[in-house]
Write a protein that binds this ligand. Structure first.
Ligand code: DGY
Length: 326
């Protein structure tokens, strides 16, 4: 008998076809948003789940899914999944590392340039009919080339951003939980700093760390106060790493020059104060959203799910210590 799998949000047809070759699939191509209650009810008789990073998989939900053997996240960040609770119940958890690195790094760089050069503010100015002609001091921004980039989180994506920054002649400093070895520091032409020293030194601070209780509000009022007055903050990692209330306050009083955000606390809601500010570039959590990359993410998640259910060992297992359910 084929294993039963739920795909919680719309994916590509090729992803469904891949799953259907090996599993009985309940898909959601209409992209209805399931409540926690609906998701738990749909997963109650499933062996596998292909879920989005917006789906919360916690102990209470897992307790209602006695057959579930794998939760396969379409995304590299997996703070939506309680991995400890999965392990305790014999459920494998997987994510999609690697396939989105370059697309997220490209987008990060887009946000860096947009914020430094006030691109969305300029577009809004033009669209709203305010443009009265070119003049010398119009929309003055800061140069990206020659600026110091501070990368907090020097994993795969951080290093890919550093590669792009070298092409823009930026100086690069970084902070990471574990310092890179000398060869990687040399390769990325970046110098290690403590978090506080990085905040004091960088013209552009980019956040590329996972969200966890340890990184909750890693950037709050104290940290914003440490940043240079002319600095830019870019968050493409996860909402909750930045204290959005403190950021709105800092942007309002011009404590830092600006920010660019792809992620927010309590998505899809976000702090309404951001909408009143000109010095913040906003986008709706799309850093990985190029078509090839989103396909690669969905297909990787499908492969993880199939491998877990048919071979018992998926490639991107987050809890290798799990004693998987029979
Ligand atoms: C990820 O993969 O974690 C992206 O943020 C998409 O949710």
């Amino acid at each position: 008998m084929k294993p039963h799998v739920l795909v919680s949000r719309e994916v590509f047809d090729e992803t469904i076809a891949m799953l259907e070759a090996r599993c009985e699939v309940e898909s959601n191509q209409a992209d209805v948003r399931y409540s926690s209650e609906e998701l738990a009810a749909k997963l109650a008789d499933k062996d596998g789940a292909v879920v989005s990073t917006a789906d919360r998989i916690d102990a209470a939900l897992l307790d209602r899914c006695p057959r579930l053997k794998v939760v396969s996240n379409v995304g590299v960040g997996y703070n939506n999944i309680d991995v400890v609770a999965c392990t305790a119940r014999g459920v494998m958890a997987t994510n999609t590392p690697g396939v989105l690195t370059d697309s997220v790094a490209d987008y990060t760089f887009g946000l860096v340039i947009a914020a430094c050069r006030r691109m969305t503010e300029a577009e809004n100015h033009l669209r709203s009919g305010q443009w009265g002609g070119t003049f010398l001091k119009q929309m003055l921004g800061m140069d990206v080339h020659g600026a110091t980039l501070g990368i907090i989180g020097m994993g795969r994506i951080g290093q890919a951003v550093a590669r792009r920054a070298r092409g823009f002649d930026m100086r690069i400093v970084y902070h990471n939980r574990a310092r890179l070895d000398a060869a990687s520091e040399h390769e990325s032409r970046s110098a290690y700093r403590s978090k506080d020293d990085l905040l004091k030194e960088a013209d552009v601070v980019v956040l590329l760390i996972p969200y966890s209780p340890e990184t909750h509000h890693l950037i709050g009022a104290r940290e914003l106060e440490l940043m240079k007055p002319g600095a830019i903050l870019v968050n493409v990692a996860r909402g909750g790493i930045v204290d959005d209330e403190a950021l709105v306050a800092a942007l309002r009083r011009g404590r830092i020059r600006g920010a660019a955000l792809d992620v927010y606390e309590n998505e899809p809601r976000f702090h309404p104060g951001f909408l009143e500010l000109k010095n913040v570039v906003l986008s709706p959590h799309i850093a990985s959203a190029s078509e090839p990359t989103r396909k690669a993410m969905a297909n990787t998640a499908a492969r993880n799910c199939i491998a877990a259910l048919t071979e018992g060992r998926p490639p991107n297992l987050l809890n290798p210590e799990v004693r998987a359910r029979a």
